[in-house]
Design a protein around this ligand. Structure first.
Ligand SMILES: Nc1ncnc2c1ncn2[C@@H]1O[C@H](COP(=O)(O)OP(=O)(O)O)[C@@H](O)[C@H]1O
Ligand SMILES: CC(=O)OP(=O)(O)O
Ligand SMILES: [Mg+2]
Length: 427
């Protein structure tokens, strides 16, 4: 019986989440601890640490010297190793596998053991996920140095979308250039969508192959996904995670010419470019200086929602504008995916920090798409804490074929650990 301690690392654009699992080969991972630092784009960031289901540290302010995802990961690793009540990790040698969420995985269709060669191949993709890949590879490098006995595995956000058909993933541009420069829709948040698909199938008592969903992963980065027969059929992000819905600091889709009218130097490399990341001013503006931060001054969608619903708030108008704009863009994708799934939709699923926590956003979205048969249960949606992995917030009475409205507490770390547990190559 082979057993290992698996560390699952999810470096998002505003947070780093690390879960620790006790894993037996080919068995479901058993979580023993979870530590996360969130709010990296709206300092002070805060630390939360849960061991054996018990909250040990909650909302502890993180020193401002902790800047970015790599520093955050170091602090999380230190927290785990220093915890005397976590006997499974007494020293760095106790960690057997580290799985890393790598947002852009190019053409990879399965997780990869990170060798020198894969590392350098992934480095070439850094510029295509400017808020993510270089940060994640920084963490990989740190693990190679500090956890020398562990196997490092790359799990890709783009992998779940490798099923998107050609007519959907192709951009209408010169075919030779598209091919030689690998310009196509890749799609992201796929680790989350894989988790959502399996959990929702279980909840609805269906096999994934029988399941059609419109899933929304709404966090610092936000996307929508049409899932047909358990596989990705379309998603709102594209070549990079910029396309589609707006996010904390991202514009989402705009007229591609807009950026040339925004500033004159947009073709030049940004002064923030580094050896590991080449980013033009245009990409910097649309990825880092737009979205909720640019529109409202905060990247915290919780604050935006409160002020949008409080007419006494001094910034009510602009917060309501941001809230309404998000609802409009989300509903646009739902309408489009409803049609591309030919109206055969089992459920609309909300996930990600905003999707799981904002009952107001869920209500506003579902009310706007009532013409498609979705109906929110106002009482259940606003009064019930989301505790289960999948929870119903829609009305279930009425017509038999009514599409369901669900919330899924997505768990990218678990999904990665599960994939690692099943692959003998990583053991
Ligand atoms: N109560 C809340 N209502 C609305 N949004 C919230 C609430 N709490 C947190 N959020 C949003 O969730 C976001 C974090 O989502 P998450 O999926 O964890 O982010 P990441 O993209 O870094 O993985 C925060 O930036 C914040 O805007
Ligand atoms: C792909 C992406 O945008 O991820 P996140 O929401 O974690 O930043
Ligand atoms: Mg995330």
């Amino acid at each position: 019986m082979k057993k290992k301690i698996v560390l699952s690392v999810n470096a998002g654009s505003s947070s780093v989440k690390v879960s620790v699992y006790d894993v037996e080969f080919e068995q479901a991972p058993v979580q023993i601890a979870e530590a996360q630092i969130s709010g990296l784009t709206s300092p002070p960031a805060s630390l939360k640490y849960v061991r054996d289901g018990e909250t040990v540290i909650k909302g502890k302010e993180v020193d401002e010297k902790v800047e970015g995802q790599r520093d955050a990961f170091s602090l999380l690793l230190e927290t785990l190793i220093d915890d005397e009540d976590l006997p499974q990790i007494k020293s760095k040698e106790d960690v057997g596998i580290v799985c890393h969420r790598i947002v852009h995985g190019g053409d990879y269709t399965k997780p990869q053991l990170i060798s020198n060669e894969t590392y350098h191949h992934l480095e070439d993709l850094n510029d295509l996920a400017p808020l993510h890949n270089a940060n994640s590879l920084g963490i990989v490098k740190l693990c190679i140095r500090d956890l020398p006995t562990a196997n490092n595995v790359a799990c890709f956000d783009s992998q779940f979308h490798s099923s998107i058909p050609e007519h959907i993933r192709t951009y209408p541009i010169n075919r030779d250039i598209a091919q030689s420069n690998h310009l196509r829709k890749y799609g992201f948040h796929g680790i989350s969508y894989a988790f959502i698909t399996r959990s929702t199938a279980e909840f609805l008592g269906k096999r994934p192959e029988e399941l059609n969903l419109i899933a929304l992963h709404l966090g610092s980065g936000a996307s929508a996904c049409a899932i047909k027969a358990g596989k990705s059929w379309d998603t709102s992000m594209g070549l990079t995670p910029l396309a589609g819905l707006p996010g904390a600091t991202r514009s989402g889709s705009v007229d591609p010419s807009l950026v040339f009218h925004y500033a004159s130097d947009v073709g030049k490399l940004s002064p923030a470019s580094t050896k590991d990341l080449h980013i033009s001013r245009a990409e910097e503006i649309l990825n880092k200086e737009s979205g909720w931060k640019a529109l409202t001054g905060t990247t915290d969608f919780g604050k935006i929602t409160s002020a949008a619903f409080s007419t006494d708030s001094s910034d009510h108008a602009v917060m309501k504008l941001a809230f309404d704009l998000f609802v409009d863009r989300i509903c646009g994708f739902i309408g489009s995916y409803y049609v591309s799934l030919r109206g055969q939709v089992d459920a609309l699923v909300f996930a990600g920090g905003i999707g799981e926590k904002s009952s107001q956003l869920r209500a506003a979205v579902v009310n706007q798409i009532s013409c498609l048969g979705f109906e929110i249960d106002e009482e259940v949606n606003s009064n019930n804490e989301i505790k289960d992995v999948v929870q119903e917030v829609g009305k279930t009475t009425g017509e038999r074929d009514k599409p369901r409205v669900l919330v899924c507490q997505t768990d990218e770390q678990f999904e990665m650990a599960r994939a690692c547990a099943e692959d003998a190559e990583f053991w």
